[in-house]
Design a protein around this ligand. Sequence first.
Ligand code: PHE
Length: 482
Amino acid sequence: MVRKRTSMHGQWSSRWAFILAATGSAVGLGNIWKFPYIAGENGGGAFVLVYLICIAIIGIPIMMAEIMIGRRGRQSPVNTMYNLGIESGSTSHWKWLGWLGVVAGFLILSYYSVIAGWALNYVLETASGTFTAMNAEAVSSTFGSFVGNPMALLFWHTLFMMLTMFVVARGVSGGLEKAVRFLMPGLFIILLIMVGYALNTDEFSRGLSFLFEPNFDNLLYKHQPGGEFILNTSGEKIFTLEYVLIAMGHAFFTLSLGMGAIMIYGSYLPNRVSIAKTSFIIAGADTLVALLAGMAIFPIVFANNLDPGKGPGLIFETLPLAFGHMPGGVFFGTLFFVLLVFAAWSSSISLIEPAVAWLVENKGVQRVRASVIMGFACWLVGLLTVFSFNIWEKVYPLNFWKFKNKTFFDVLDYLTANIMLPLGGLAIAVFSVWIMSRGSSADELEMPENASAYNLWYYMTRYATPIAVLVVFGNLVGLIDF
Ligand code: PHE
């Protein structure tokens, strides 16, 4: 048996600290901003169902694998994969998997910060009463003119990136551990209040059935965002697994999987904490937050005749409407956006942590400098997203294949969430059960090798998870056509 390593970057103070930090990473814009709008664009109920299935059969096993690998390696994903690759008798080339994650996290943060900047701006707008008694049209046009203004986006993007780097520079366990302790429960409570508000709109049941009643045609056949089917020349609907891929990609995104964030958090996890239990808690909390966000948003969408497929602006065009009309709306609205900023904040630090830890480990750069360097580089790339909503709204940089008619923001989003994360997750699954020995994984998961829980994980990760990912991918690249 190998001697257990320790991490040079420190360790979480307890199991709860890890759960909170990992939940902080998982719960973010993905749950509250992205999940409702992509569910809206991709047909509601059936999409949500596939997303839930992906969480269960792909997300949880891979989360366990990632935490397990992280804790075994106790270094940045690049070095962890390098060492474990050698230790398992395979090759040091597994470090490229670490690199894939570093790059994915970097690219995600570049646009994540811009959207989190929107939330920052909405804190101010809501607090100053902008939305009080506004109608749906005015709320939409407020949003439109905000994102149409590159200087405004730039300002908030810069501010958010600075906030992120501030925490990363101080190290993960210092400020962050304490902050998430209050923020996560706070976010949860305010979401419940929002659902309570939605319950009183006339369209609560319509919102619920949109979210939970599967209509598989919307999921399996090409359609316009949230609308009509696209037909082939003989007038038939066109089958595609593309929306299934988006649901799967989102399962990775929302659980922070496939890019080393959870791996590196796992590397700060004390020994003798159950990885299986913590994974269930994190995935459960994350899913609950997403579903609550959906239940808060869709009734408002339908009650105001808004289009569920309106895209990335969805929450910014719906929730302010509710805040503008409810008693205490200025207070609750401000609180909501503050918490959204915090949720994004605790996610964004985990996006850049693998890159920063690598700089510290391999280049001997001090943590503060490493944070500044990475933050600045990421901020620069973020400009592509800033301009995607205004002056480059019609610029389609990679105008081919799945990237047709996609802005820089759309390309970054598609590339990371739907390609890089599932690929990374697939490789992590393969590594954990095909390359690592059963002895090592069972030891690190702290389960006896013959326990049924261990074997359930093992066979899921060995067969179900990779096959599911490969089928969906195979369809994407045209290898599998049904
Ligand atoms: N899980 C985060 C969210 O849902 C985003 C994220 C992805 C964070 C990947 C870290 C790694 O908002």
